[in-house]
Design a protein around this ligand. Structure first.
Ligand SMILES: NC(=O)c1ccc[n+]([C@@H]2O[C@H](COP(=O)([O-])OP(=O)(O)OC[C@H]3O[C@@H](n4cnc5c(N)ncnc54)[C@H](OP(=O)(O)O)[C@@H]3O)[C@@H](O)[C@H]2O)c1
Length: 265
């Protein structure tokens, strides 16, 4: 029989949220503080983190720990600092990410480098020290923010989708070991959320939800301990069905759904 997943509470230690200077990360940090967590928040923009910390409503609090997730040794030192100053990290949301659209007729190495550096390697840079710290305390909860764009290839998402697919695969692979170590590993796969990252998207975003709703669904998902947290389900479950389509059905269906069939080449 499988053991019940460990779900962190404020009594177990602090929460650490990366990519918390805007959008989903800022929203989840606020919600965790409102539930009583002391929340360490990380991103590059220091002013935004300071504003977030200042407006946090109790019973918990938010403490800014600025940093760049692409800096591996920097993230290792940051986790040590958070633990020394605030206590053990019991819960972490590895959320920092960028979306840079890729046009198939103008491929740029820089786009792929930046996306993989932040979304994939940046997540790994944070995961390694935080998992090591949790292993020492014998328990912990780590949630990785992927995306439904990681389910399969979508127009313009050659770098973004690949980075998110890699994160889903990485989490599946590590879950076998983390389960034995008392570390709950989760994947968050949102559909479209209204944040600065999606504000300039030139295409229609079906089932777009507010950042407040996404934050609520993520916090509920963290409390459930379930491996995959995906929403809005009407949208993401339909995508799961598309994932098992044969390619001869899949490509025309996606081209039609995204309007790509009408786009000039
Ligand atoms: N919005 C959506 O529809 C959607 C859907 C599925 C998944 N997601 C995922 O959700 C996560 C949050 O995105 P969002 O929509 O909330 O967008 P957002 O508002 O642009 O947030 C992205 C966050 O990542 C941080 N970040 C970027 N590069 C960083 C770096 N090198 N080091 C540290 N932090 C960095 C940004 O902070 P700084 O610039 O201050 O560093 C910002 O706080 C991302 O992983 C995204 O892929 C979003």
């Amino acid at each position: 029989m499988s053991k019940k997943a460990f779900v962190a509470t404020p009594k177990d230690g602090v929460a650490w949220v990366t990519g918390a200077s805007s959008g989903i990360g800022a929203e989840v940090a606020e919600r965790l503080a409102a539930k009583g967590f002391t929340v360490a928040v990380t991103a590059r923009r220091e002013d935004e983190l300071a504003d977030l910390a200042a407006k946090a409503s109790g019973p918990g609090r938010i403490v800014a720990y600025p940093g760049d997730v692409t800096d591996g040794p920097g993230m290792e030192a940051l986790v040590k600092r958070i633990e020394a100053e605030l206590g053990p990290v019991a819960l972490t949301l590895l959320n920092a990410g960028v979306y840079l659209p890729v046009e198939g007729d103008a491929l740029e190495r820089d786009n792929f480098d930046k996306t993989f550096d932040v979304n994939l390697k940046g997540t790994v840079n944070c995961l390694i020290p935080v998992a090591a710290a949790m292993r020492t305390s014998g328990r912990g909860q780590i949630a990785i923010v992927a995306s439904v764009a990681g389910y399969f290839g979508l127009p313009t998402a050659a770098s973004y989708g690949a980075s998110k697919a890699a994160l889903i695969n990485l989490a599946e692979a590590l879950k076998f070991d983390f389960d034995k170590q008392g570390i709950t590993l989760q994947v968050i796969a949102p559909g479209f959320v209204d944040t600065p990252a999606t504000a300039d998207n030139p295409f229609p975003m079906p089932f777009l939800i507010s950042v407040g709703k996404a934050g609520r669904r993520i916090v509920e998902g963290l409390e459930s301990g379930r491996f995959e947290v995906t929403f809005p389900r009407k949208f993401t479950y339909a995508l799961k069905v598309m994932r098992i389509m044969p390619y001869w059905l899949f490509f025309p269906a996606i081209a039609k759904a995204t309007g790509w069939n009408k786009r000039a080449s």
